[in-house]
Design a protein around this ligand. Structure first.
Ligand SMILES: [Zn+2]
Length: 415
């Protein structure tokens, strides 16, 4: 077993994590340390701070939206809207970017969300040909067909904020805080173009592509362009993250939303979390296999690290679960290749070009990962948290399909 890359003594993240991690003298990562704040901070005054911010943006006349809330058919959308509308009493305009490869349960959850919370909603759907051209281009450039979706999700709310002159955008969790501890909760980090470009979008923006690609002209991509500093400052746009003000526990939050509002769950191909990205046909399939090839780990590891930090999984249990999912086969490849118009050989050789040389070495013609989940028992025991388990994810039946006799919309294109 080759261990030349350190892993955390508490969770399972390697120091090669693409968002960046630092380890302290106990061998515990910054993500785990910032996570400890969830149990040390007093969240009552933090929620009061959130209420104070909300009050600054509440429309006195009641004639306009108070904030923009990005949503999808999964990932804490119900919880975020419940906080914004029911707990803060704001009038939100919900917005979403159509990634094109949506699942039935995702459509159902999004339609049901708009219905049960009774909100206005705006969706952006980029032209199908442009999305495919962009997916093929970013596959080559960055080993990602899903880049367009991240670009769209992170900019459509900002464009709407500018266009409708709604200065406040309310996001859920900031990944840099929740996953790797890049910032403390107390930093109250806000949305920025810098973070989007350098972390979400791997260092380049849609604006950078138009000069390089003849088949992706500017007029096709303006839907993904970030508003200018002048436009942002004229409206005073700012984006806040709820996980700086609420003790963020996505598993518990989804379970509350299942009980209270009929959120639906779905089993996933390559992770045990049945709640988070179930609206995407590829996120826990081919997209996750790509993530594993590039960085040496997939979503199962992200989810396992989170569950270790909440004390719902031991490091040993988590490592066994992760090993099983990192080897799991995928069933969505054919659909994806068909959509991209690529054969399997071409597709996977493009991905191979982006296999991280930091994380993998070739031995005997096979890739060997340069970190392992094995750790001395003593280090693991010393840094282990009190177990609060179990770590079980609920499976809902599609209750909603009986109650909603029609779908408000289906996938974003017709093939
Ligand atoms: Zn850790």
């Amino acid at each position: 077993m080759n261990n030349s890359i350190e892993t955390c003594s508490r969770c399972l993240y390697p120091e090669s994590h693409p968002l960046g991690l630092v380890f302290d003298e106990d061998g515990v990562c910054s993500g785990c340390r910032v996570h400890e704040e969830k149990d040390h901070l007093d969240w009552v005054p933090r929620f009061e701070r959130l209420t104070t911010i909300a009050n600054q943006y509440r429309s006195r006349s009641g004639t306009r939206f108070d904030c923009v809330v990005p949503v999808s058919g999964a990932r804490d959308s119900y919880f975020i809207v419940d906080v914004v509308k029911n707990r803060l009493g704001l009038n939100p305009l919900l917005v979403s970017y159509n990634r094109h490869y949506n699942t039935a349960v995702g459509h159902r959850n999004l339609a049901h969300l708009r219905t049960v919370f009774d909100c206005d909603y705006l969706q952006f759907t980029l032209s199908p040909a442009t999305v495919v051209a962009l997916a093929r281009y970013t596959l080559q450039r960055a080993g990602s067909f899903h880049w367009h979706a991240i670009a769209g999700q992170t900019v459509w709310p900002v464009q709407v904020a500018v266009r409708y002159r709604i200065p406040l955008i309310v996001w859920g969790a900031h990944q840099g805080v929740d996953q790797v501890g890049m910032f403390s909760h107390l930093d109250e980090v806000e949305m920025s173009r810098w973070y989007r470009k350098n972390h979400d979008l791997m260092g380049f923006e849609p604006e950078d592509i138009v000069s390089e690609k003849d088949d992706l002209p500017e007029r096709e991509l303006t839907g993904l362009f970030y508003p200018s500093d002048m436009e942002l400052s004229q409206v005073g746009v700012r984006g806040i993250y709820l996980n700086n003000f609420i003790r963020w526990d996505t598993k518990a939050q989804h379970e509350e939303m299942i009980r209270e509002f009929g959120y639906e769950t779905a089993p996933q191909q390559r992770t045990f979390d049945r709640y988070n990205d179930i609206d995407c046909a590829h996120y826990s399939g081919a997209h996750d296999k790509i993530k594993y090839i590039k960085h040496g780990f997939g979503k199962a590891r992200d989810h396992a690290c989170r569950e270790i930090r909440f004390g719902r999984l031991s490091r040993t249990e988590a490592a066994a679960t992760v090993a099983r999912f990192e080897e799991a086969p995928t069933t969505d490849d054919d659909n994806l290749l068909n959509w991209l118009g690529l054969d399997s050989g071409t597709f996977w050789s493009l991905i191979e070009r982006h296999r991280s040389k930091k994380v993998w070495r070739t031995e005997g013609g096979r890739p060997v990962r340069l970190f392992s989940d094995e750790k001395p028992d003593e280090a693991v025991r010393k840094n282990a948290l009190k177990q609060t388990g179990p770590c079980e994810f609920q499976e809902t039946k599609e209750r909603g399909t009986d109650q909603v006799p029609y779908r408000l919309f289906a996938r974003g294109f017709v093939s």
